[in-house]
Design a protein around this ligand. Structure first.
Ligand code: HEM
Length: 182
Protein backbone atom coordinates (compact mmCIF):
# COMPACT_ATOMS: atom_id res chain seq x y z
CA UNK A 1 0.00 0.00 0.00
CA UNK A 2 1.23 3.50 -0.82
CA UNK A 3 2.41 5.11 2.41
CA UNK A 4 2.44 8.73 1.16
CA UNK A 5 -0.13 11.17 2.50
CA UNK A 6 -0.69 14.81 1.51
CA UNK A 7 -2.75 17.13 3.69
CA UNK A 8 -4.18 20.06 1.71
CA UNK A 9 -5.49 23.07 3.57
CA UNK A 10 -7.80 25.21 1.45
CA UNK A 11 -11.41 25.52 0.38
CA UNK A 12 -12.06 21.87 -0.42
CA UNK A 13 -12.26 18.54 1.32
CA UNK A 14 -14.46 16.49 3.62
CA UNK A 15 -13.09 18.02 6.83
CA UNK A 16 -14.22 21.47 8.00
CA UNK A 17 -11.60 23.35 10.01
CA UNK A 18 -13.16 24.26 13.35
CA UNK A 19 -9.97 25.75 14.86
CA UNK A 20 -6.40 26.31 13.78
CA UNK A 21 -4.03 27.40 16.55
CA UNK A 22 -0.32 27.97 16.22
CA UNK A 23 0.95 26.86 19.64
CA UNK A 24 4.71 27.09 19.22
CA UNK A 25 6.82 28.63 16.49
CA UNK A 26 5.37 29.76 13.18
CA UNK A 27 1.67 29.01 12.63
CA UNK A 28 -0.12 28.05 9.42
CA UNK A 29 -2.48 30.12 7.30
CA UNK A 30 -6.12 29.82 8.34
CA UNK A 31 -8.16 27.67 5.94
CA UNK A 32 -11.77 26.46 5.71
CA UNK A 33 -11.33 22.83 4.73
CA UNK A 34 -8.86 19.98 4.76
CA UNK A 35 -8.41 17.27 2.17
CA UNK A 36 -6.20 14.20 2.58
CA UNK A 37 -4.75 12.50 -0.47
CA UNK A 38 -3.07 9.11 -0.26
CA UNK A 39 -0.54 8.07 -2.89
CA UNK A 40 1.11 10.33 -5.48
CA UNK A 41 2.15 13.58 -3.78
CA UNK A 42 -0.45 16.29 -4.24
CA UNK A 43 1.00 19.37 -5.92
CA UNK A 44 1.16 22.67 -4.08
CA UNK A 45 0.15 24.29 -7.36
CA UNK A 46 -3.42 23.22 -6.60
CA UNK A 47 -5.76 25.77 -5.02
CA UNK A 48 -4.63 24.78 -1.54
CA UNK A 49 -3.16 27.47 0.73
CA UNK A 50 -0.73 24.87 2.05
CA UNK A 51 0.20 21.23 1.48
CA UNK A 52 1.91 19.11 4.13
CA UNK A 53 3.35 15.74 3.20
CA UNK A 54 4.29 12.74 5.29
CA UNK A 55 4.89 9.01 5.20
CA UNK A 56 3.79 6.26 7.53
CA UNK A 57 6.78 4.23 8.63
CA UNK A 58 8.11 1.54 10.94
CA UNK A 59 8.11 2.09 14.70
CA UNK A 60 11.18 3.67 16.30
CA UNK A 61 10.57 3.53 20.02
CA UNK A 62 7.82 1.03 20.78
CA UNK A 63 8.99 -2.24 22.37
CA UNK A 64 7.49 -5.65 21.51
CA UNK A 65 5.06 -5.60 24.47
CA UNK A 66 4.02 -2.05 23.55
CA UNK A 67 3.50 -2.94 19.89
CA UNK A 68 1.35 -5.91 20.93
CA UNK A 69 -0.66 -3.87 23.43
CA UNK A 70 -1.23 -1.11 20.86
CA UNK A 71 -2.30 -3.59 18.22
CA UNK A 72 -4.84 -5.06 20.60
CA UNK A 73 -6.40 -1.77 21.66
CA UNK A 74 -5.98 0.60 18.74
CA UNK A 75 -9.18 1.30 16.81
CA UNK A 76 -9.24 1.70 13.03
CA UNK A 77 -9.50 5.10 11.39
CA UNK A 78 -12.71 6.21 9.62
CA UNK A 79 -15.15 4.90 12.23
CA UNK A 80 -18.55 6.44 11.39
CA UNK A 81 -18.96 7.86 14.93
CA UNK A 82 -15.50 9.49 14.92
CA UNK A 83 -16.64 12.73 13.28
CA UNK A 84 -13.98 14.86 14.96
CA UNK A 85 -10.32 14.87 14.04
CA UNK A 86 -7.10 16.67 14.82
CA UNK A 87 -4.10 17.25 12.59
CA UNK A 88 -1.16 18.31 14.75
CA UNK A 89 2.05 18.97 12.80
CA UNK A 90 5.12 18.94 15.05
CA UNK A 91 8.76 19.85 14.63
CA UNK A 92 11.35 18.89 17.22
CA UNK A 93 14.55 20.80 17.97
CA UNK A 94 18.08 20.15 16.73
CA UNK A 95 18.89 19.19 20.32
CA UNK A 96 16.44 16.27 20.06
CA UNK A 97 17.89 15.03 16.79
CA UNK A 98 21.43 15.20 18.13
CA UNK A 99 20.54 12.65 20.83
CA UNK A 100 21.21 8.96 20.33
CA UNK A 101 18.28 6.62 19.76
CA UNK A 102 18.47 5.18 23.30
CA UNK A 103 18.50 8.69 24.80
CA UNK A 104 15.43 9.67 22.79
CA UNK A 105 13.59 6.49 23.79
CA UNK A 106 14.42 7.19 27.47
CA UNK A 107 12.91 10.68 27.23
CA UNK A 108 9.96 9.54 25.12
CA UNK A 109 8.85 6.66 27.30
CA UNK A 110 10.76 6.11 30.56
CA UNK A 111 10.58 9.82 31.45
CA UNK A 112 7.55 11.14 29.53
CA UNK A 113 5.44 7.93 29.36
CA UNK A 114 4.12 8.93 25.93
CA UNK A 115 2.85 5.47 24.98
CA UNK A 116 1.61 4.63 28.47
CA UNK A 117 -0.39 7.88 28.62
CA UNK A 118 -1.67 7.44 25.07
CA UNK A 119 -2.81 3.88 25.77
CA UNK A 120 -5.19 5.18 28.45
CA UNK A 121 -7.10 6.93 25.67
CA UNK A 122 -7.59 3.87 23.50
CA UNK A 123 -9.89 2.88 21.96
CA UNK A 124 -11.56 6.33 22.12
CA UNK A 125 -8.90 7.92 19.91
CA UNK A 126 -7.70 6.46 16.60
CA UNK A 127 -4.33 7.66 15.34
CA UNK A 128 -1.85 7.63 12.47
CA UNK A 129 1.68 9.00 12.62
CA UNK A 130 3.34 10.41 9.49
CA UNK A 131 7.06 11.17 9.26
CA UNK A 132 8.39 14.05 7.17
CA UNK A 133 11.74 15.14 8.62
CA UNK A 134 13.78 13.54 5.83
CA UNK A 135 11.74 14.73 2.86
CA UNK A 136 12.42 18.45 3.16
CA UNK A 137 9.14 19.34 4.87
CA UNK A 138 8.68 22.14 7.40
CA UNK A 139 7.60 19.71 10.16
CA UNK A 140 9.09 16.43 11.42
CA UNK A 141 5.76 14.72 12.06
CA UNK A 142 2.14 15.04 11.01
CA UNK A 143 0.06 13.46 13.74
CA UNK A 144 -3.56 12.56 12.94
CA UNK A 145 -6.32 11.62 15.38
CA UNK A 146 -10.01 10.76 15.06
CA UNK A 147 -12.58 10.58 17.86
CA UNK A 148 -16.31 10.81 18.51
CA UNK A 149 -17.68 14.16 19.75
CA UNK A 150 -18.34 12.71 23.22
CA UNK A 151 -14.60 12.07 23.61
CA UNK A 152 -13.59 15.67 22.99
CA UNK A 153 -12.91 16.23 26.69
CA UNK A 154 -10.79 13.07 26.89
CA UNK A 155 -8.77 14.21 23.88
CA UNK A 156 -8.08 17.59 25.56
CA UNK A 157 -6.95 15.74 28.71
CA UNK A 158 -4.60 13.62 26.61
CA UNK A 159 -3.03 16.72 25.08
CA UNK A 160 -2.73 18.45 28.46
CA UNK A 161 -0.86 15.46 29.83
CA UNK A 162 1.51 15.05 26.90
CA UNK A 163 2.31 18.76 26.53
CA UNK A 164 3.74 19.06 30.06
CA UNK A 165 6.14 16.15 29.60
CA UNK A 166 9.91 16.42 29.11
CA UNK A 167 9.42 15.24 25.51
CA UNK A 168 7.57 18.48 24.74
CA UNK A 169 10.61 20.53 25.87
CA UNK A 170 12.02 19.46 22.51
CA UNK A 171 9.00 20.57 20.48
CA UNK A 172 9.84 23.85 18.76
CA UNK A 173 6.91 24.12 16.37
CA UNK A 174 3.37 22.84 16.89
CA UNK A 175 0.11 23.73 15.17
CA UNK A 176 -3.17 22.31 16.46
CA UNK A 177 -5.85 21.94 13.77
CA UNK A 178 -9.29 20.67 14.79
CA UNK A 179 -11.67 19.27 12.22
CA UNK A 180 -15.25 18.16 11.84
CA UNK A 181 -16.29 15.70 9.16
CA UNK A 182 -18.90 17.22 6.86
C1 HEM B 1 4.94 8.75 18.54
C2 HEM B 1 1.39 6.39 20.80
C3 HEM B 1 -1.13 10.50 21.14
C4 HEM B 1 2.49 12.89 19.02
C5 HEM B 1 4.21 7.78 19.15
C6 HEM B 1 4.62 6.41 19.31
C7 HEM B 1 3.63 5.75 19.93
C8 HEM B 1 2.58 6.69 20.19
C9 HEM B 1 3.61 4.27 20.29
C10 HEM B 1 5.99 5.86 18.90
C11 HEM B 1 5.98 5.26 17.54
C12 HEM B 1 7.37 4.68 17.28
O1 HEM B 1 7.76 3.73 18.00
O2 HEM B 1 8.07 5.19 16.39
C13 HEM B 1 0.37 7.30 21.03
C14 HEM B 1 -0.93 6.94 21.53
C15 HEM B 1 -1.65 8.08 21.61
C16 HEM B 1 -0.78 9.17 21.18
C17 HEM B 1 -1.41 5.53 21.89
C18 HEM B 1 -3.08 8.20 22.04
C19 HEM B 1 -4.02 8.55 21.19
C20 HEM B 1 -0.34 11.51 20.65
C21 HEM B 1 -0.72 12.91 20.59
C22 HEM B 1 0.31 13.58 19.98
C23 HEM B 1 1.32 12.61 19.67
C24 HEM B 1 -2.06 13.47 21.09
C25 HEM B 1 0.46 15.03 19.62
C26 HEM B 1 -0.08 16.03 20.22
C27 HEM B 1 3.44 11.96 18.67
C28 HEM B 1 4.66 12.29 17.96
C29 HEM B 1 5.36 11.09 17.83
C30 HEM B 1 4.56 10.06 18.45
C31 HEM B 1 5.10 13.66 17.47
C32 HEM B 1 6.72 10.91 17.17
C33 HEM B 1 7.77 11.09 18.22
C34 HEM B 1 9.17 10.90 17.72
O3 HEM B 1 9.41 9.98 16.92
O4 HEM B 1 10.04 11.67 18.15
N1 HEM B 1 2.96 7.92 19.71
N2 HEM B 1 0.43 8.65 20.83
N3 HEM B 1 0.90 11.37 20.10
N4 HEM B 1 3.41 10.62 18.93
FE1 HEM B 1 1.96 9.66 19.96
Amino acid sequence: MDNRYSFLGGKRGPWRVARLDGLRGEGLEAVERLQIVQGEWAESASEAAWVLRGLTSNVRYATRPEVDALRERQPALARPEARYAALIPIKKSARWWELAQDERRAIFEETSHHTAIGMEFLPAVARRLHHCRDIGEPFDFLTWFEYAPEHTRAFEDLLDRLRVTREWDFVEREVDIRLVRI
